[in-house]
Ligand binder design. Structure first.
Ligand code: SAM
Length: 238
C-alpha cells in the first residue's frame, strides 16, 4: 500500500500498520469477489490504491479537518464500499451507514465489514428514495457522501434529505462539471441546501480532473422529497 501511503501523507493523514493491513485485505477481497459480482472495473493493485482508496479519502479536503469521532455519515450508492469503507478504515470512530440498492453488493459489504472488524457500520439494502422517508434516517446525518452514482441534480434529491440542518453533502465528481453544477442549483435550494464550494482535487496521484461539490444543509427538506424510486433520475428537478 505504498502509493496509498504517499498520497495519504499529502492529505495530512497517517495510516497505522493495522490500517494498512485493512486496506490490503479490502483490496484482496474486492478483486476476489469482483470475478462474481462486477464490483469495479479497476483491479490493478497500484490503481486501486490511488483511484479508489486515496480518491475516497480526498473528501477530507472539503472538511478542513479530520472526520470527528462519532460523526454520523451515510454513503449513498456505496457499491463495493466507496468512499465509505476507506473513510471508516482511516477514521475508525465515525458512525457509518452504507446504503446500496443491490443485494449482492450488500452481501459483499457485510462480509468485508466483518472481515475488517469495522464497528458501528450498518449496511442498508434499499433505495435512497425509500429510506430517506423513514424517521430513523431522515435528516439524521452530519455528512452524506456519494461517488459516481448520478447526475448532481438527481444526487441532491437523493442525499440532502439524509442531512441534518447544519450538516453537509459532498459529491465526488469527475470531468467537466460547470453545466451540471449550474443545473443543480434550483434542486439544491428546494432540498434545503446551499452550494458552498466546488473544489478541485490537486494531488499528483490523481491527475485527471476530480472535484468535490460541497453543499451545506441550511433548511429542512420538504416532506415530499425525494420523490418515488426512479423519478429523481427520470425527471430531475428543474
Ligand atoms: N460509490 C461506488 C463507487 O464509487 O465505486 C459505486 C458506484 S456505482 C457506479 C453506483 C451504485 O449506486 C450502484 O451500486 C447502484 O446500485 C447504487 N445506486 C444507484 N442508485 C441508487 C439509489 N437510488 N439508492 C441506493 N443505491 C443506488
Amino acid at each position: 500500500m505504498e502509493r496509498l501511503a504517499a498520497g495519504v501523507r499529502r492529505l495530512g493523514l497517517r495510516l497505522t500498520p493495522r490500517q494498512n493491513e485493512q486496506f490490503q485485505l479490502y483490496y484482496q477481497d474486492l478483486v476476489g469477489w469482483n470475478r462474481r459480482l462486477n464490483l469495479t472495473a479497476i483491479t490493478d493493485y497500484e490503481e486501486v490504491q490511488v483511484k479508489h482508496f486515496l480518491d475516497s479519502l480526498t473528501v477530507v479536503l472539503a472538511l478542513n479537518q479530520p472526520l470527528p469521532d462519532r460523526m454520523r455519515l451515510i454513503d449513498v450508492g456505496t457499491g463495493a464500499g466507496l468512499p465509505g469503507i476507506p473513510l471508516k478504515i482511516a477514521f475508525p470512530d465515525i458512525s457509518l451507514v452504507l446504503l446500496e440498492a443491490t443485494r449482492k453488493k450488500a452481501d459483499f459489504l457485510r462480509y468485508i465489514v466483518q472481515k475488517l472488524e469495522l464497528e458501528d457500520v450498518a449496511v442498508v439494502v434499499s433505495r435512497a428514495e425509500e429510506i430517506a422517508h423513514r424517521p430513523e434516517y431522515r435528516q439524521k446525518f452530519d455528512l452524506a457522501l456519494s461517488r459516481a452514482v448520478a447526475n448532481l441534480t438527481t444526487l441532491v434529491e437523493l442525499t440532502l434529505p439524509f442531512c441534518t440542518v447544519g450538516g453537509r453533502f459532498i459529491a465526488q465528481k469527475k470531468g467537466d462539471l460547470e453545466a451540471e453544477v449550474q443545473e443543480a442549483r434550483r434542486a439544491t435550494f428546494i432540498m434545503g441546501g446551499q452550494m458552498v464550494d466546488v473544489k478541485k482535487i490537486e494531488l499528483p496521484e490523481l491527475a485527471d480532473e476530480r472535484w468535490l461539490v460541497v453543499i451545506d444543509k441550511v433548511g429542512e427538506t420538504p416532506p415530499q422529497y425525494p420523490r418515488r424510486p426512479g423519478v429523481p433520475a427520470k425527471r430531475p428537478l428543474k
